[in-house]
Ligand binder design. Structure first.
Ligand SMILES: NC(=O)c1ccc[n+]([C@@H]2O[C@H](COP(=O)([O-])OP(=O)(O)OC[C@H]3O[C@@H](n4cnc5c(N)ncnc54)[C@H](OP(=O)(O)O)[C@@H]3O)[C@@H](O)[C@H]2O)c1
Length: 321
C-alpha cells in the first residue's frame, strides 16, 4: 500500500510517498481503509524531529483518520466491517490502510459528513478535555483561547460555549485572524491583556513564550492556565511558584497521547458528546482544504505558513491498497 513517511528529520521535503506492507489487526484492533487523514501541528513537530532523533528510520505520520472498517480482531464486538468510523490512527494516518485499537475509533452518525468526521478526532478531543477534564470548566466561567484561528482553537471556542462557558475571548496572531473563531471578543496577541487582565477563569495555552505570559496575566483569582502546545518554539518555562501562590493560580497540562494510551474511557465519553454536537450542527469543524495524500509536503508548508483557517485533510483512496 502507499503511505507518506518522514525519511529523516527536517523540512517538508523529507516527506516521501513510499510502498509499505498492509498492517494486519491484532485481537483488539480494527483495520481501516482510509478515506481522509487529518494533518495536525503535531505532525509538523514529528517531521522536524522535535519528537524524533534526527537519524531515526523512516516514520509514518498522522494522528487521526476517517474511513471504512475492513477487518476486526477476534476480541472486537462493537465494530464490524463496512462501518464508517473516525478516530486515532496508531499505525500513522498518512496511509491507505491503518490498524488501531477498537477503543480509539467510533462509528460516525449518518448526519456527519466524511470530511467533518475526519477533521474531528484530534481537535475535538483536545478541545473537550482541555476545558472539561483539565480546567474543570464551571458554568458561566470566562475562557481565553490562544492559537484561536487553528484547528484546536476554533473548536475550543465552540466547545467552551457548548459546555456552558460565559464570555469567550479568542486570541491569535492578529485580531482579524482571531475573529475567524467567532468568539465574543477577538484580539491579537499584542493586545491580549488590556481589558482582559484579571477577568479570565481559564486560559488555554497552545503557543507558549510571550503569549503564555500575557495569558497568565489575564487570569483572575483561582484561574487555571492549561498548557497544551508550544507553537512559538521558545524554551518552555513554568511561572514562578511564588507568583502562582500569591495570585492563587493553577497551571496544568494536557497530552492527548497519554489519554489515548491510558484513558480510552474518557475519549469514549468525549466522542459521544462531540459526534452528537456534529450531527446536530451545534459544532462545526471547518475544513480549510483537502489535498491528495502525495501532496502531504505541501499540506505541511501551508500549516507552517500560519495562513490556514481550519483543518487540513489528505484525501486517501484506501480501497486500493
Ligand atoms: N497536547 C495535546 O494533546 C495537543 C493536541 C493537539 C494539538 N496540540 C498543540 O496545539 C497547538 C495547536 O494545534 P493545531 O492542530 O490547532 O494547530 P494549527 O491548526 O496549525 O494552529 C496553530 C496555530 O498556532 C499559531 N502558530 C503557528 N505557528 C506559530 C508560531 N511560530 N508562533 C506563534 N503561533 C503560531 C497559529 O496562529 P496565529 O498565526 O494566528 O498566531 C495557528 O493558528 C500546537 O502547538 C499543537 O502541537 C497539542
Amino acid at each position: 500500500m502507499k503511505a507518506v513517511q518522514a525519511v529523516g528529520a527536517g523540512g517538508p521535503e523529507v516527506l516521501k510517498l513510499v510502498d509499505v506492507a498492509v498492517p494486519e489487526p491484532g485481537p483488539d484492533d480494527v483495520q481501516i481503509a482510509v478515506r481522509f487523514a487529518g494533518v495536525n501541528f503535531a505532525d509538523v513537530n514529528a517531521r522536524r524531529g522535535t519528537y524524533l532523533p534526527p537519524d531515526a528510520p523512516p516514520r509514518g505520520l498522522g494522528l487521526d483518520c476517517y474511513g471504512e472498517v475492513t477487518a476486526v480482531g477476534r476480541n472486537v464486538r462493537e465494530l464490524r466491517p463496512g462501518q464508517r468510523v473516525a478516530g486515532f490512527a496508531t499505525t500513522a494516518g498518512y496511509a491507505q490502510v491503518v490498524v488501531t485499537p477498537a477503543t480509539l475509533v467510533w462509528p460516525v452518525p449518518d448526519g456527519v459528513r466524511d470530511e467533518t468526521a475526519a477533521a474531528f478526532p484530534v481537535v475535538g478531543h483536545t478541545a473537550y478535555h482541555l476545558l472539561a477534564t483539565a480546567a474543570r470548566l464551571q458554568p458561566g466561567e470566562s475562557v481565553l483561547v490562544t492559537a484561536a484561528a487553528g484547528g484546536v482553537g476554533t473548536t475550543a471556542v465552540q466547545v467552551a460555549r457548548l459546555l456552558g462557558a460565559g464570555r469567550v475571548v479568542a486570541a491569535a496572531g492578529s485580531a482579524a485572524r482571531a475573529a475567524e473563531a467567532g468568539a465574543d471578543v477577538s484580539v491579537g496577541y499584542s493586545r491580549l491583556d488590556p481589558g482582559n487582565a484579571g477577568r479570565i477563569a481559564i486560559a488555554l495555552d497552545g503557543v507558549g513564550g510571550a503569549v503564555r505570559r500575557h495569558a497568565l496575566d489575564c487570569l483572575g483569582l483561582f484561574g487555571r492556565l492549561v498548557h497544551f502546545g508550544n507553537s512559538c518554539g521558545e524554551p518552555e518555562e513554568l511561572p514562578p511558584l511564588r507568583e502562582l501562590r500569591e495570585r492563587e493560580l493553577a497551571v496544568c497540562g494536557l497530552h492527548l497521547q497519554r489519554l489515548r494510551r491510558e484513558r480510552p474511557d474518557l475519549l469514549a465519553h468525549s466522542a459521544q458528546a462531540l459526534l452528537g454536537w456534529l450531527a446536530s450542527g451545534r459544532l462545526r469543524i471547518p475544513v480549510a482544504e483537502v489535498l491528495p495524500l502525495e501532496h502531504a509536503a505541501e499540506a505541511h508548508r501551508k500549516l507552517e505558513s500560519r495562513q490556514v483557517k481550519g483543518k487540513l485533510l489528505l484525501a486517501v483512496d484506501g480501497s486500493k491498497p
